[in-house]
Ligand binder design. Structure first.
Ligand code: AN0
Ligand code: CP
Length: 317
């Protein structure tokens, strides 16, 4: 695998899920594979789960992880080409990326959408530069439009907890005080469309995700109707993806906060969220604290998804 970005990059999904179970049973079985190999994890943005689970996955594989917090530890990096660098950015990605590549075998990058320039974000301008200039396999650790390690962990979690062969999975928008990227819902939609589930997306008008990610999913604007009979409820906020309102907050309608009233119309659904979550904005305390909540095992599976991806990359080095 040269880069991990979209669902197709993982190859056959059933095989990947089998590999996830294998990794869960024997996490240290590939220690030789990663011996003397280095992964550099570059963070342009905050993270708890991704930075810890990626390091843990690398250590399980016998690799040496090195973390770089851009904006904290390193020089501030310029990401736009052709600019006069007379501002606060001391170094350009054009040099920084090949330098990073010369110190490692695999690179992971977290670089959120800026949410001001849709074209810059949806071209994955930063991640593409890492792929082009590093000469190394690159993992998106949430880039401008996708968060594949999260979506793979979500799929593993659904596989582990489903009671029916083809569960109904509903992704619902929920309110949040700050504008958030579309990477998590984009990837979740992409992976659910590739999996054997009945997938429904619900959100207020103006929050329509890019058609490349929505695919054949059912979009239902009536949240309660969408949730009827759901086996899994996946809550997430995102800002407007539309050209004319890109990155804006169009609604803070608290009636969309997932609470007991919403869960009551489901098929005793499991609740999911990628975390970090704002309690009583996205989801009520009662729902996230209930035994039907999967948020902790879902986060734990981030080690598993990262380990499957890194293992595949190591096998191709
Ligand atoms: C980020 C987002 O919504 O993309 C990261 C989620 C994994 N969330 C926040 O910034 C709160
Ligand atoms: N879910 C997730 O990626 O969490 P972090 O932002 O804490 O890494």
């Amino acid at each position: 695998m040269r880069s991990f970005f979209h669902v197709q990059d993982i190859g056959d999904l059933d095989t990947a899920l089998q590999e996830a179970l294998e990794v869960k049973r024997t996490p240290f079985a590939w220690q030789q594979l990663g011996r003397n190999k280095t992964i550099i994890l570059v963070f342009f943005n905050s993270s708890l789960r991704t930075r810890l689970s990626s390091q843990k996955a690398a250590l399980n594989l016998g690799m040496n992880p090195i973390l770089l917090n851009v904006n904290g530890d390193s020089w501030r990096l310029e990401t736009e080409l052709g600019v006069v660098m007379d501002g606060d950015k001391s170094e350009h990605l054009r040099e920084a990326i090949p330098v990073i590549g010369s110190y490692c075998d695999i690179i992971g990058v977290r670089s959120f959408a800026g949410l001001t320039d849709k074209e810059f974000d949806y071209n994955e301008t930063i991640l593409r530069q890492f792929i082009e200039y590093s000469g190394r396999p690159v993992i998106s650790l949430e880039s401008a439009t996708v968060h594949p390690c999260q979506a793979f962990a979500d799929l593993i979690t659904i596989e582990e907890h489903k009671d029916t062969r083809r569960p109904k999975v509903v992704m619902t928008w929920a309110p949040h005080p700050k504008a958030l990227p579309q990477a998590v819902p984009n990837s979740f939609a992409e992976w659910m469309n590739a999996a054997d589930v009945d997938f429904v997306i619900t959100h207020p008008h103006g929050y329509e995700l890019d058609p490349r990610f929505v695919g054949d999913a059912t979009v239902e604007y009536d949240q309660m109707k969408a949730l009827e009979g759901a086996d899994f409820v996946y809550a997430k906020n995102w800002s407007s993806p539309l050209d004319e309102t890109y990155g804006q907050i169009l609604s803070k309608d608290m009636s969309w906060t997932v609470d007991a009233r919403h869960m009551a119309v489901t098929n005793n659904a499991r609740f999911m969220h990628c975390l970090p979550v704002r309690r009583n904005m996205i989801v009520s305390d009662e729902v996230i604290d209930s035994p039907r909540s999967l948020v902790i095992p879902e986060a734990a599976n981030r080690v598993v998804s990262a380990q499957v991806v890194m293992r595949k990359m190591l096998e191709c080095l």
